[in-house]
Design a protein around this ligand. Sequence first.
Ligand SMILES: C[S@@+](CC[C@H](N)C(=O)[O-])C[C@H]1O[C@@H](n2cnc3c(N)ncnc32)[C@H](O)[C@@H]1O
Length: 450
Amino acid sequence: MLVHQARRLNSPCFIVTNHDSCFLPNFLMTNSDGQKEEVKFDRVLCDVVCSGDATLRKNPDIWLKWNQGQALNLHGVQFRLAKRGAELLAIGGKMVYSTCSLNPVENEAVLHRLIKDSEGALEIVDSASLVPGLKYIPGLTTWDLASKEIECFKSFEDVPEKYHTIIRPQMFPPSPEDASKYNLEKCIRILPHFQNTGGFFVASIVKKSYLPWEKEAKKQEASKSDEQTEQTSTESEKSNSTEPQRKKRRLFHGYKEDPYVFLTPEDLAWSQLKNFYKLSDEFNPLCLLTRSVSEKKKNIYFCSEQIRDLLLCNESSVKIINTGVKTFVRCDNRNMECPFRLANEGLPNINFMIGECRRLNICKDDLIILLNNTDPTKPPPLATLTEETQENVKSLGAGSCVLKYSDDKLTVSLVGWRGQTSLRAYVDTNDTVHILRLLGADLSKYGKFN
Ligand SMILES: C[S@@+](CC[C@H](N)C(=O)[O-])C[C@H]1O[C@@H](n2cnc3c(N)ncnc32)[C@H](O)[C@@H]1O
C-alpha cells in the first residue's frame, strides 16, 4: 500500500522498508569523512497500530468486537514503537505519536511511560497552535485502568493478582503532584462530533538530548574503544551499539525482493542513454539502478546520491522494499540507437539534464491534439499539427523526447515519441484531463471526470 501511495510522489529521495518497527534496524550512511555513521531522523511519524475505537462511526463493526482488553494488549507494542521512534530521532528532532483511539491506555499512558523513561530527554510540546481553528480537547492527565470485564482500578495496588500480567503498573497515570512534569495536557484529542470526522489522538514530542540508554551505550562504546589500543572495533559492531535487543533472525525469510543493481559509467546502457539524450555531466550514472542482475535491463530507476549510499550501506541489514523513480523503460521493438524511452514519472527529476536535441516546443493547439489522442496504434500524423511544429520536428530524430508547452500561467513537460510520420504524448488519463482542464479545452469525451 505504501509503495503504491508513495509512487505518486515520484521522489528519488524515498525508500520503503518492511520491518517490525519496534526493532527497526539502525541505518548507516557515509559521512563527509568517508566513515559510516548511524542515521538519525529529523522527523518521525509514529502512526501506530491501535484498537481504532475512535473510528466507530465509519467502522461500526468495531462496536461489536470492542473490549477494554484490546487496549491493554496493544499498550506494549505501542510503547515499543514509540520508544524505537524516539531512538531513531535526532536531537532537536520531532516525533508525532498518533492513534485513532481515544483510550488513554493507548495514548497518554504510552507517552507518560516514554517521557518518564526518557528522564528529561523527551518533551511533549504544543502543536495544536499549528492548526488554527482546530477543535480539540487537551490530553488527559489522569485516568482509571479497567479489566476486560470493566472492573475499574485507580492504582496498581488495587489490581487483583489475576490481572497482573495484563494490567501493568506503567499504565497508570502520574500522581497528581507529578502530573505537570509530563505535559500530557499538550496532547490533542479530536472528538468525532467536533468537526464531523473520526476521532484522533496526536502528540508532538521533541528530543532534547540522548535517551538514558543511548547515553549508556555511548559510554560503553567509548570505554571499549579506550581499551582497544591497536585495532578499532569493526564498523558493524559500532553501528549496532544502540540497536534494539533482539535475537538475530533471518532477515530475508519467505519472499525475497529482487536485488538493487546500480549502473556503472562503463555500462552499455549508460553510454546509450548519455549519447541519445545528451545527458549533461551533472547526471550521475551511479544514481541509476535496475531490479535485475541480467544484462537486459527492463526499467531503469533514478534515486538521489544519498539514497544510493543508504541502500549500499544497509543492503544486508535492512529489508528495502522499494526505492527509485522509474525513469527509463526498455522499448526494444523499435530499431533505435537507444533501447530506452523516457518514463513520464521520472521526467521531472532529470528534465534539466536532458539535452536540447531531444526536446520539442509545441503550441496549445498541438498539445490539445496530442492529449486527445487515445488510440496508441494511431498516433496523430505530423501533417495534422501546426506548420511551426512540423518545421521544428524536422531537427528531432525519431524516438523518445520531451514535449514542452509554456504560456504565462502554465508550463508542462511531457514525455513524447517522435515517429517517422507522427508525434504522440505519453500521458495517463488523469494527467490528460488535468492538463486539458488547465488549458480550458473541451473535456466532454472524458464524461466521468467532468
Ligand atoms: C494506523 S496504521 C498506519 C496508517 C498509515 N499511517 C496510513 O496513513 O495509511 C498502523 C499500521 O502499522 C502496521 N503495524 C502494526 N504493527 C506493526 C509493527 N510492529 N511494525 C510496523 N508496522 C506495524 C499495521 O499493519 C498498520 O498498517
